[in-house]
Structure formats: structure tokens, C-alpha cells
Write a protein that binds this ligand. Structure first.
Ligand SMILES: Nc1ncnc2c1ncn2[C@@H]1O[C@H](COP(=O)(O)OP(=O)(O)OP(=O)(O)O)[C@@H](O)[C@H]1O
Ligand SMILES: [Mg+2]
Length: 302
């Protein structure tokens, strides 16, 4: 049976997806998690959708980037695909099957490694943890863990605890842990957002190499336009919330490794920037928060 399914692993199909949070919950969430005053955006308690009519196909093995203003629903979409959140309407299929809950076929890498890895476990034990939970037999487990740690370049650090690791190394632990479960899809929500520029570039290169070796589908959210063009095969650009959907889909036409200083690549990046600007203004001025973009060097060529 597994062999029969081999041809299609890691394909995501999103059809007419809509997500609505309880209006009061959403306001609280904006206020406390995002530090945004919801009254400046919503006049009353009117019900609205965060995501509405999202249609998207992500082919198996694709490196797919999501770009969009803060609050447009990128994490919401990834959390629905990860199975952490229920949708309100539409369907989200993984290899033709509706996603209803989390599963080992999807590995998730969060922005904040500190809240994702266990501080009381070594690198090795952190990476091993999920496999133990899945009752993977000891010898096989050892092989998988060693491979994953090797793949992310943490071999010399395998006995260290998270408190002894840099931010970049902790992100590597998260990536190794996800890969160890051999998911079909890696779901990464701004995984390098908190890292310094140099570490970020090193990890970007490592991720490309891991993707090329493992052929996994990667879903990757970033606010960094340069990162999007450096990494992605396809870029989906969200319109602004409320009722956000995918306003533009772009194929990045350059081979890896890419040189962002190359004239054609820079020109292409400017084009993506323009598409993003248009998408953000697709609902007039109702953009929840542009600061996440403007504040992070997102506005290239300006
Ligand atoms: N658990 C939740 N409960 C209620 N509302 C939520 C919840 N999570 C997100 N929201 C709201 O849904 C909207 C989209 O949030 P989401 O976190 O998906 O945006 P995002 O595009 O990932 O933003 P950012 O770029 O800042 O991470 C926001 O208005 C947010 O406040
Ligand atoms: Mg987010």
C-alpha cells in the first residue's frame, strides 16, 4: 500500500478555504500577541473571516514561500495545514486526504526554538524524542537520529543542552527533529526570523541543501523578500486581512544557488515587491500592520 502511494507524497490542495475566529478572541489575540489595537481596524464586533476563498496547490517536493503583511493569516494557514487549527470552510488535502489533525507526515519548525525544544534534553535526545514517542525500534532510531544530526551539522554538539547552543544551533535542532520523523512536508513559520543576518544566510544554504537531499515539500513563511527569492521555487503572496487570500503566485525562474546581487535576480525581486505592495493594498487601506514588513528591511530597492 505504501508503495502504491509513493508517487504522490507531500502534495497539498487547498480549496475555498475560509477561517473565522471568534471576533472577541481575535481582538484579544491582536492586542496581546501582536500588540495591535483592534479598534483601529474593526469598527464593531462584526463577524469577518481572516482567510476567505484561499485556493492553492503545492506540488510534492516543492519549496513554497508565503509572503504577506503581518496579520493577513499566514500562520493561520500553516497551522491549519499542520492540523493544529480547525478551518471554518473549504478543504485542505494532503495527498488527497482531508487534514483534520496533526500527524508525523508533517514536521513543524517554529520561529521561537526556545519554546519548541526541550531544555532538559540534549541535542541528541531532543531529536530522538518524537521517534521514541512513535516507538521506533532502538537500532533504527539511532541510525535516523545520527543521520538527522549530521544533516544539520550538529554532530560535534550532540551531547550539549539547549542552554549551551546559539540561536542558529537551536533552529538546527528543530529542523533535525522534524526531519527525523521523515515527514512528507516541512512546515516552517519564519524559522530564521530571529537570527542575525550571517547565521540566517548559513541556515538558508543548509536548508536548500537539505531540501535537495531529502526532496521534501517545504512550506515557508517569511517577511524577508530577499529570503523568499533566495529560497523559493514558488511564492504565494497574500492580500491583506480581513478576507485575505492568495493574491498572486510567482514562480522564481533561477537555478540554485542564487546570487541576489545578480542584476536579473534583483530586478525580479523588485517585481515581487511590487506584487506584494499591490496585494497588501487590495482591500484599500485595511492592512492590519505593515510595520513587520517595513521594519525588517523588507522594502528592497528603496
Ligand atoms: N488563536 C487565535 N485566536 C484568535 N485570533 C487569532 C488567533 N491566531 C491569530 N488570530 C488572528 O488572525 C489574524 C491572522 O493572524 P496570523 O497570526 O495568522 O497572521 P500572520 O500573517 O501570521 O501574521 P505575522 O506576520 O504577524 O506572523 C490576526 O488578526 C490575528 O490576530
Ligand atoms: Mg505569523
Amino acid at each position: 500500500m505504501a508503495a502504491e502511494n509513493k508517487g504522490k507524497q507531500g502534495k497539498i490542495t487547498v480549496k475555498n478555504l475560509g477561517k473565522q475566529y471568534d471576533a472577541a478572541d481575535e481582538k484579544k489575540h491582536m492586542l496581546f500577541s501582536k500588540n495591535i489595537n483592534p479598534d483601529a481596524i474593526f469598527q464593531d464586533d462584526e463577524e469577518h473571516y481572516v482567510l476567505k476563498g484561499v485556493n492553492l496547490t503545492i506540488e510534492e517536493g516543492e519549496f513554497h514561500i508565503f509572503l504577506g503583511a503581518s496579520g493577513c493569516g499566514k500562520s493561520t494557514l500553516l497551522n491549519i495545514i499542520a492540523g493544529f487549527l480547525d478551518k471554518t470552510e473549504g478543504s485542505v488535502l494532503l495527498d488527497g486526504k482531508e487534514i483534520t489533525k496533526p500527524g508525523p507526515d508533517r514536521g513543524v519548525v517554529f520561529q521561537n526554538a526556545d519554546s519548541a525544544i526541550f531544555p532538559w534534553l540534549t541535542v541528541y535526545k531532543n531529536v530522538e524524542y518524537g521517534l521514541k514517542m512513535q516507538h521506533v525500534e532502538k537500532d533504527r532510531r539511532k541510525k535516523i537520529v545520527e543521520n538527522a544530526i549530521e544533516l544539520v551539522g550538529l554532530w560535534e554538539h550532540k551531547k550539549k543542552y539547549p542552554s549551551e547552543l546559539s540561536g542558529g544551533m537551536k533552529q538546527r535542532v528543530q529542523i533535525a527533529r522534524s526531519i527525523a520523523s521523515n515527514p512528507e512536508i516541512l512546515i516552517m513559520d519564519e524559522p530564521f526570523g530571529a537570527l542575525d543576518a550571517q547565521t540566517r544566510r548559513i541556515l538558508q544554504d543548509e536548508l536548500i541543501s537539505i531540501w535537495q537531499k531529502t526532496k521534501k515539500t517545504i512550506l515557508f513563511v517569511t517577511h524577508d523578500l530577499q529570503e523568499a527569492v533566495y529560497l523559493g521555487e514558488k511564492i504565494s503572496i497574500f492580500s491583506a486581512a480581513p478576507n485575505a487570500n492568495i493574491a498572486a503566485k510567482v514562480t522564481v525562474p533561477f537555478a540554485y544557488p542564487r546570487n541576489l546581487n545578480d542584476g536579473e535576480v534583483a530586478e525580479f525581486t523588485r517585481g515581487v515587491h511590487e506584487s506584494l505592495d499591490k496585494a497588501m493594498n487590495a482591500h484599500g487601506d485595511k492592512v492590519i500592520d505593515k510595520s513587520a514588513i517595513a521594519g525588517r528591511g523588507f522594502l528592497c530597492g528603496s
